[in-house]
Design a protein around this ligand. Structure first.
Ligand SMILES: NC(=O)c1ccc[n+]([C@@H]2O[C@H](COP(=O)([O-])OP(=O)(O)OC[C@H]3O[C@@H](n4cnc5c(N)ncnc54)[C@H](O)[C@@H]3O)[C@@H](O)[C@H]2O)c1
Length: 353
């Protein structure tokens, strides 16, 4: 598998290095060839060269089997233009319409909710990844004056909504998950979200074994905290998905625990931890690499390498449960030491097999 690796900024660089370590361990013990090619696109690169992503950058990325990306964001680039081009640009240009974000509690001790077991927090969020409020349509009129008008349009297309809702149902069907919940704000956003309602009602009857439920997004976040075990698969738009998966990350123990994939089924897809570049932690060897390592496992799973993905997940779980992790999850190890621990467990478990 040929993989483009974009470490990015801040702690992205550090957690990506640990994901790479886990991938190399998998390559060694399973006899798999993984060609990892690092691309320098980042805030540093932009500040040095003025280039966010080269003109042929997206075409280059399409040539790889998969892309692994760390976080992007640097206070020296206040308008975040490099992140917009590299991260959002790749999502749009490669049409990675499925943002796949599993929310799975690995150790009950890490859940901020009282008396919850690992079985209570185990659901998937599918976030629409190419439309919604993130398409950058809008403008500012009389900017900087007291008369300023700022418009940010939300784009919803039948094709876009249909393919993500369908993906959620198909995933549920293929993976033995029996409940799909669609969350919108159709009571207030009566145009765009009426389309979500229409599509959901159109698709749900095609999946008779799956319970289809609709919730307004505000009710959904309340229920995610009150009783997360009722959720199996959630599908929602770009903005709401972005927000609720941070809440989902905390249900798993923190932002450093959460993994994600940006997918276009059958095509080159991109994998990344949910966390940002956390500038205050950059270079301190304190960031939790688990979300990045689990994102690498999602990449292996997506490539059809099920045993390899499970080996990474098992090693991560062992590290988390045994307390061999970073301070975010109550451990005493640094970022690098956690990555070493997980890579060692991948190797020893496989040798014992
Ligand atoms: N996908 C991405 O590239 C992405 C996602 C979110 C934010 N960002 C960018 O990152 C920068 C910082 O944003 P932010 O502070 O809102 O979000 P952030 O995720 O970087 O950090 C929020 C807080 O979460 C904690 N945290 C995050 N990741 C952690 C980890 N791996 N281990 C331990 N603790 C962790 C830290 O306490 C941190 O202060 C901004 O420039 C933002 O635009 C990028």
């Amino acid at each position: 598998m040929r993989i483009a690796v974009i470490p990015g900024d801040g702690i992205g660089v550090e957690t990506t290095a640990e994901a790479v370590k886990a991938l190399r361990a998998v390559g060694d013990v399973f006899g798999r060839q993984l060609d990892l090619e690092t691309l320098p696109w980042s805030a540093d690169h932009y500040l040095e060269t003025g280039v966010t992503i080269p003109p042929d950058g997206y075409a280059m990325l399409r040539e790889f089997d998969a892309i692994f990306i760390g976080a992007l964001g640097d206070p020296r680039v206040p308008d975040n233009r490099h992140a917009r081009d590299i991260l959002l640009g790749t999502r749009f240009e490669l049409d990675l319409y499925v943002n796949y974000r599993p929310v799975r509690l690995l150790d009950a001790r890490l859940c901020p909710l009282k008396d919850r077991s690992t079985a209570d927090v185990n659901f998937i969020v599918f976030r629409e990844n190419t439309e919604g409020l993130y398409v950058n349509v809008g403008g500012r009129f009389k900017a900087g004056t007291d008369d300023e008008v700022a418009i940010q349009e939300e784009l919803n297309t039948y094709k876009g909504v249909h393919r993500i809702v369908k993906h959620a149902f198909e995933f549920a069907k293929a993976n033995g998950r029996c409940r799909v919940c669609m969350a919108d704000k159709s009571n207030a956003m009566t145009h765009g979200h009426a389309l979500w309602q229409r599509v959901f009602k159109e698709l749900a009857p095609r999946y008779p074994g799956i319970e289809a439920r609709h919730l307004y997004i505000d009710a959904l976040v309340l229920l995610m905290v009150q009783n997360p075990s009722q959720f199996d698969v959630i599908v929602t738009n770009n903005l709401f998905g972005d927000i609720i998966t941070d809440l989902g990350a905390q249900l798993q123990g923190g932002l450093g625990m959460a993994a994600s994939g940006n997918l276009h089924p059958g095509r080159t897809s991109m994998f990344e931890p949910v966390h940002g570049s956390a500038p205050k932690y950059a270079g301190k060897n304190v960031a939790n690499p688990v979300g990045a390592i689990l994102s690498a496992a999602l990449m292996l799973e997506y490539a059809g390498w099920k045993d390899e993905a499970e080996a990474v997940e098992a090693a991560v779980k062992e590290s988390v449960v045994s307390g061999n992790g970073t301070a975010e999850i109550g451990g005493t190890l640094g970022t690098r030491e956690t990555g070493d621990y997980i890579a060692d467990v991948i190797k020893t478990n496989q040798k014992a097999h």
